[in-house]
Write a protein that binds this ligand. Structure first.
Ligand code: GLA
Length: 375
C-alpha cells in the first residue's frame, strides 16, 4: 500500500526522485603479468563516489562530504596500478584473504592435519601470505541493484591453505551515504577464512596530515592483547583503565604515546577489539569523528572483532595519490574480522569453514557529518 501511495504522490507532484547515476567502468592498466584491470565508479544521490578496481578489490578512492558539503577523497591510496603492485604497498583499500591479520608461526592444524603457510611477517603469516587476495584480479559483475560483485576463486593449496575457496564480495554505495560490503564464501574442503577490507581513512582528506585528532569510539569493553610478534596471547583483557579504552569518544593521539607494553608491541594501536555485540548481527563497532571537517565514519559489522590500526608502519616513503606523502599515522584502518590467530586459538570464535556451509558477513562504512563545536 505504502509503495502505491508513494508512486501516486510522485505522479501528482510531478517530482523526480534523485536517482544514483549508473556505475561506470574504465580500464586501469594491466598487471605485471599482463592481466587487464578495470576500475568501477559507484555514485549515490548525494554525490558520494567510490572507485573500486578489480585488482585486489581495492577501494581506490572514496569521496565523502564535510559539514559544508565539500567533497574530499578520504581513502589513502595510489594513482597507478603499478604502485599497488609494489611489495611495500600496505594493503591500501584492499580486500584481504584468505585470512585477515596474523596466523602465529605460519601454521595451524585442522581436523588433525597440519598446514604450513608462508612466513611473510617475522615468524607469522599476515593477511593470507604475500600473494593474498589483495594481489589477485577479481571477476567483476555489475548487479541490477547497482552493486559491484567481485569474485575470487582461490585454488586448493594456494598460499598453503586447504580447499578451493570461492569468495564473493559485493560493494554497494547507498543513498544513505554507506559503503556496504557483503562477503560470502564456500569451500570444497575444510579450511579457514577471515576476509576484511583494509581501507585507511583520513577524514580530513587523504594526504592532509595525521589522524591523531580523530576522535574514536569502539563499542568493545575487551581487546585481545598480543605478544611482541602481534599474535594474541589468548586473553580477552578488559580495556578499563588502559589506553585501549575507547568506550567513550577519545582522540587517537590522547594516549598513543603512553608507556604501555601493548602500545609498544604495536608501535601504537594495532590490536583486535572484542566487540560487545558478539558478532552475528549487524551492530555498531566503531565511530570516528573528525572535529575540523565534521566528517563522521561509523563502522557496522556482523563480525565479532575489529582491528584498529593507526598506520604505525607508514613512514613517509610512500607517495600516494596526487604525489602526497603518507607519513606515520596519516591514516587509520578499522578492519572488521574474526580475531587474529583464531585457527590456533580454540577459545576464539571459529574461522573454520566446511563444505556445504556458507560463510556470510556484512560490514558497513556509514558517513555523516556533525556540526562545529560538538567536541
Ligand atoms: C594490519 C596489521 C598491521 C599492519 C597492517 C598493514 O592492520 O595488523 O600490523 O601489518 O595490517 O601494514
Amino acid at each position: 500500500m505504502y509503495t502505491e501511495l508513494a508512486v501516486v504522490a510522485l505522479a501528482i507532484g510531478g517530482m523526480t526522485v534523485a536517482k544514483a547515476a549508473p556505475m561506470t567502468k574504465a580500464d586501469f592498466g594491466k598487471t605485471k603479468e599482463g592481466t587487464p584491470v578495470q576500475i568501477f565508479t559507484l555514485t549515490n544521490a548525494s554525490g558520494m563516489e567510490a572507485k573500486i578496481m578489480t585488482y585486489g578489490g581495492i577501494v581506490v578512492s572514496l569521496k565523502a562530504p564535510d559539514r559544508k558539503g565539500a567533497m574530499a577523497d578520504i581513502a589513502l591510496g595510489f594513482d597507478s596500478l603499478k604502485a599497488y603492485e609494489e611489495d611495500n604497498s600496505p594493503y591500501f583499500g584492499a580486500l584481504i584473504g584468505r585470512y585477515g591479520n596474523r596466523i602465529g608461526h605460519a601454521r595451524f592444524s585442522l581436523d588433525d592435519k597440519e598446514y604450513t603457510l608462508e612466513k611473510n611477517n617475522g615468524e607469522n603469516t599476515l593477511h593470507g601470505g604475500s600473494h593474498g587476495f589483495n594481489t589477485k584480479v577479481w571477476t567483476p559483475r555489475q548487479l541490477p541493484d547497482g552493486g559491484l560483485e567481485l569474485t575470487y576463486v582461490s585454488p586448493d593449496g594456494e598460499e598453503g591453505f586447504p580447499g578451493k575457496l570461492t569468495l564473493v564480495a559485493v560493494y554497494r554505495l547507498t543513498d544513505a551515504n554507506e559503503l556496504k560490503m557483503d562477503y560470502t564464501a564456500t569451500t570444497d574442503k575444510p579450511t579457514v577464512v577471515n576476509p576484511t577490507n583494509h581501507s585507511y581513512f583520513n577524514l580530513k582528506g587523504a594526504g592532509n596530515g595525521d589522524i591523531l585528532g580523530h576522535v574514536v569510539t569502539i563499542y568493545a569493553t575487551r581487546f585481545t592483547p598480543v605478544d611482541a610478534g602481534l599474535i594474541p596471547t589468548g586473553e580477552l583483557r578488559p580495556v578499563k583503565g588502559t589506553p585501549f579504552d575507547f568506550t567513550k569518544p577519545t582522540a587517537v593521539g590522547a594516549r598513543i604515546g603512553q608507556a604501555d607494553e601493548q602500545l609498544k608491541f604495536g608501535t601504537g594501536y594495532d590490536h583486535n577489539w572484542v566487540l560487545d555485540s558478539g558478532g552475528g548481527k549487524l551492530a555498531l563497532a566503531a565511530k570516528v569523528e573528525e572535529p575540523t571537517t565534521g566528517r563522521v565514519l561509523e563502522v557496522l559489522t556482523t563480525e565479532p572483532g575489529i582491528q584498529f590500526y593507526t598506520g604505525n608502519f607508514l613512514d613517509g616513503t610512500l607517495k600516494g595519490k596526487g604525489g602526497k606523502v603518507y607519513a606515520q599515522r596519516n591514516g587509520l584502518a578499522l578492519e572488521t574480522q574474526h580475531f587474529p590467530d583464531s585457527p590456533n586459538k580454540p577459545s576464539f570464535p571459529s574461522t573454520t569453514l566446511r563444505p556445504g556451509q556458507k560463510f556470510q558477513s556484512q560490514t558497513v562504512y556509514r558517513f555523516s557529518t556533525e556540526p562545529a563545536g560538538k567536541k
